[in-house]
Design a protein around this ligand. Sequence first.
Ligand code: 6R9
Length: 655
Amino acid sequence: MSTNDAKNRLIPAADIRDAHVPGMSAYNELVAQADANHDAYWSRLAREFLSWRTPFTKGLDESQAPFFKWFEDGTLNVSYNCLDRHVENGLGDKTAIIFEADDGQVTRINYRELLARTCRMANALKARGVKKGDRVVLYMSMSIEGVVVMQACARIGATHSVVFGGFSAQSLRDRIQDAGAVMVVTADEQVRGGKPLPLKAVVDDAIAMGGCESVANVLVYRRSGGAIHWHAARDRWLHEEMQDQPETCEPEWVGAEHPLFVLYTSGSTGKPKGVQHSSGGYLLHAALTTQWTFDLKPNDVFWCTADIGWVTGHTYITYGPLALGATEVVFEGVPTFPDAGRFWKMIQDHKVSIFYTAPTAIRSLIKAAESNESVHPRRYDLSSLRILGSVGEPINPAAWEWYHEHIGGGRCPIVDTFWQTETGGHMITPLPGATPLVPGSCTLPFPGIAAAIVDEMGGDVPNGQGGILVVKKPWPSMIRTIWGDPERFKSSYFPPELKGYYLAGDGAIRDAQTGYFTITGRIDDVLNVSGHRMGTMEIESALVSCTALVAEAAVVGRPDETTGEAICAFVVLKGPRPRGDEAKKIATELRNWVAKEIGPIAKPKDIRFGDNLPKTRSGKIMRRLLRAVAKGEAITQDISTLENPAVLEQLAQSN
Ligand code: 6R9
């Protein structure tokens, strides 16, 4: 099937018994309820899905827009909702987490044990002086302990900030400092693909850089037993801290708006933004979307392959599935170890019924399966699967078809879920028992989400015509502010010309016939590499901070078959333009520099050297030309304003 045919293919919704949202009429009814009374719709769901200590009396408070509040006078505790209430309802013996380590070792933990461990951890945090409102940074391996520490923070009202284990010491330090964390929780090492990778050592380096004086204690989870340095005044073993702690801990009942977490993400300027989320509204959407989008039932085995360092891991590992009392798989390793059949083997072994992963993983596993029959999914029993999900970037129709046929056996619907760190949970997505699917489209807004496409002035754009993706009404799990920078929050997400709509930062188009949404990509300087958000400015600042070598740098994205987008850097050195082996050597040096500054995920794939960058007469770098050069396109664009046309030729040849 050609890409075009696939795009036009409309696949009827799955016939699912007792689906949570059974059919388009049920979907339309929910949308109508939300349209009729947005506040009443969300308030009803907040009462149904969450256990409140003190019931709220009001849904949405718009009085300080765009600083919206939801359910503000209600109190609750997030970890109570994720753990205690299931144990109280007789689900104590139910498996909460099936953890599979990198080496294949499996550990199960039921709700009763998970609650007990969370309480001991919470007591340990309190014993070290962590209290409500304090920030705790996690720099952890994928582990049951990672989830436990997040839940323990929620239990005592501390705000966690998880930093992905692939970020550098410099990035970690910036986040610790920005959050003003009182504690860092880490592991000695993380083990991925058979190799131990340092975590504690990176924390040491981060703190040694200075500016982290707020950190009183570093808690270390012993994962690998690898050698680490020990700072007696500050470092504590997590197991020692927990061992004598009681297995109960009264939850701290917090207001619904209490900040559950801050998660840093890339924006269009150099400095990452600390996206602040609430407790009540966030947890509502986490639980609701986990149930409706994945049609999650009590007997399902749910597996989200994300890392807890990203928002997908927060919402669809730590919070959503546990809030529903589900059984979920948590995986420490990588999809290609010991071979590229790992995901399929784990689905088979754990009888996974709902599988949620990223297009970049699918694309790399397609390549592997096509070149090596022994890791082809047909070699595994995938019959337990009933729902598949995709997240993080657009899924191209060819990958969609392969996922549908080879993983889903042609019978499992794929929910292509569009959302963002800032939105807390799914925004535009099919509901598996209701929405007919179109490969490559995230279809329709989740009921209650007022997604729309507008022009630069906020005017509606007709279907069939592309524009800017916005959300016209506040929703419970939306970002509350940027940590410590409310002005940036306002200007980034609620620019004055957009009539108070939330600006997602993506372009989109709705199909003229179906009204289905397709995301066309970021409209700002944010790249999406393997589903990871990277700011071009962030990478540029990292490059130019290599002051010994670099005079100037510009970073753009170009399409890449496997990673979606690839990072392409154009660099002017302080010395003469290098060629041949010399150019290769310096490019390697610069890649390592960026890995050290930000993390390996930010390493540019291409580095091209020029004597200069293409600039307008007023000195602005012409990025649209660089994008064309990065793609290897002939320059057909207007270059009349270009100061130095010859440089284009040079950059085009310098790969
Ligand atoms: C959840 C997550 C958000 C950006 C977003 C968009 C892209 C995510 C997508 C998608 C097309 C999908 N994105 N899901 N694009 N289809 N189903 O990924 O959060 O890391 O903040 O990234 O990712 O560009 O704006 P985050």
